[in-house]
Design a protein around this ligand. Sequence first.
Ligand SMILES: Cc1ncc(COP(=O)(O)O)c(C=O)c1O
Length: 409
Amino acid sequence: MNPLLQTLQPYPFEKLRALFKDIKPRAGFSPISFGIGEPKHPTPAIVRDAVVNALGGLSAYPATLGSEPLRQAIAAWVEKRYHLPAVDAATQVLPVSGSREALFALAQTVIDSRGAGPAGAAAERPIVLCPNPFYQIYEGAALLAGAVPYFANSDPARNFACDYSAVPEEIWARTQLLYVCTPGNPTGAVLTLDDWRELFALSDKHGFVIASDECYSEIYFDEASPPLGGLEAAHRLGRGFERLVMLSSLSKRSNVPGMRSGFVAGDASILKSFLLYRTYHGTALSTVYQTASAVAWQDETHVRENRAKYLQKFTAVTPMLAEVLDVRLPDAAFYLWANVRRTGLADTEFAARLYADYNVTVLPGSYLARTAHGTNPGEGFVRIALVAALEECVEGARRIVEFCRSLAQ
Ligand SMILES: Cc1ncc(COP(=O)(O)O)c(C=O)c1O
């Protein structure tokens, strides 16, 4: 067996299952889950119909490069969404089977596991720099690529921005890949142009690749100010896409997590190697879904309707929870990242007791982060995914308020 498999951590939901194992929720409350960050709005008719109409495509093997119409649709979307002059559909975009597999596969493509170090000297293992808290795939991708993850803790005092200035030079020197998540899971924080300026300067100096996970980019609350993307930042700062790729997905944007459709865009030379890797890995998106995805990327009406539903939920729920927890509307995405310290409970205790007393599931923040530099930056927080219908979210929030008030008595 590959010994690196032993280095993988249990997934947050496995930890949650273990936490809840011996708990029987109090009778009289229907289950409400804010735990899993999985979109639950119905898939829009335009996408469902496109899938049905494309079923004839099942008789053909899909091209790993993706169909020409899909690449054209993605390139056009990227140009429009990020105000870019021209994105080359042939070399600067690549459809993938959801951003998760692409985030993983990218590390296998980019990392030189022989490591860095002066010629002749024993090479040191390469580093993959990850935000903390983070989406666990980054860590697994790093470990299985033979790299060592290094965590940059998010700072609640700076809207959960990661403290890259605290990363030592010798770590940067070994860094081959940096994952960023913007809007972030779980904090919802969006990287600013200044953040990007800093990251590009570091990448220029040390030569690492930046993979920008932007799968929540279309869930935001002000129609007039969509979150800044990595490619957009590069363009606004007068650069090309060297050493930069962004990953996007239809899962959240179009409520099709089951379709497994996303794309990677950016540096053509990285995408060339990535395509080579992928032809062997064999993860081409089904022809049926390629056709339906092209339709989804060309329509914004269903995406605006989707956003409106999230806005309604955040508008109803955030002020309710703000009465009992330290929480506010995030920059974007569909999570509330709530500080529960004022209840006097640890995040795990909070989640366990809320489940026991009110049958409401939230995810302890410490399960989404690692202890690094003497602290677990997820500790004291819970992640509340507002994915269910409005009424269910409001009822869940009402129970959380009641639960917190019961603790104060
Ligand atoms: C931060 C982040 N990135 C990527 C993904 C993967 O999304 P998908 O593979 O559906 O595109 C998720 C899914 O929850 C996520 O939270």
